[in-house]
Design a protein around this ligand. Sequence first.
Ligand code: FES
Length: 279
Amino acid sequence: MVTDNRGYAPDVRARLTADADQILARYPEARSALLPLLHLVQSEDGYVSPAGIAFCADVLDLSRASVSAVATFYSQYKRRPNGEYTVGVCTNTLCAVMGGDAIFDRLSERLGIGHDETTEDGRITLERVECNAACDYAPVMVINWEFFDNQTPTSAVDVVDALLEGRPVTPTRGADTVATFREVSRVLAGFEDGRADEGVGAGPATLVGLEMSRAKGWTAPAAASGETAEPEDAAGPDAQAAGTEQVGDTGSSAEREETTPADESAEPVTKSEEKGSSE
Ligand code: FES
């Protein structure tokens, strides 16, 4: 149900408020919950609607302008009704060289829409997207952030045709099927759908370097300070096999104890001390 700036119907508002309470309980500072709350209202309306902006502002006691400022900063938040499936074609450098632009052009022609436009039936929004950190599978297409690797214009059109016809499509890695934009938005709001462990995470191409370094016994070089690197098997073969060995040199930031401004044991630094230390 798409709403307007008159706000949500009472039953919808009650349901969203119950969800918002769960989200707020995860954060010590209420306004830290704004990003998942925006995903929550996006899961309700299919975009961050005026009613969604008002809801977030009310829940967090923020101005609507403050909420809008955040919602317009991130490209994952849509300010007009989004398609059921966002088809993102990576046209960043490596994917472009490998055919990303050709894939985008073919899809644009097939769907009759350009970048950031949605088909009339509300099924698909087409986007050019930046690097998805999947360059080893270039050219890459993502549908609601699920990966379709090593695409060609023809394979990409086949996937999109299936979506248009309501047939299920199977990502190359990750989940077994592609959830709708609203379903994914709810997951991003922090409500798991139980599918996080479906399918392959890092595929063979991503692991080539790791496998090669293990086969050849390669390790990271010693620290520039002259300290000797830890022996290769210091953490034990099991930890190495599981990829869980500790990282960082002795005394490096990896071993530092975390402190925050709220740490009561820390002596406060006065303005005059700050000034004096810089002179
Ligand atoms: S350039 Fe496309 S995934 Fe990196």
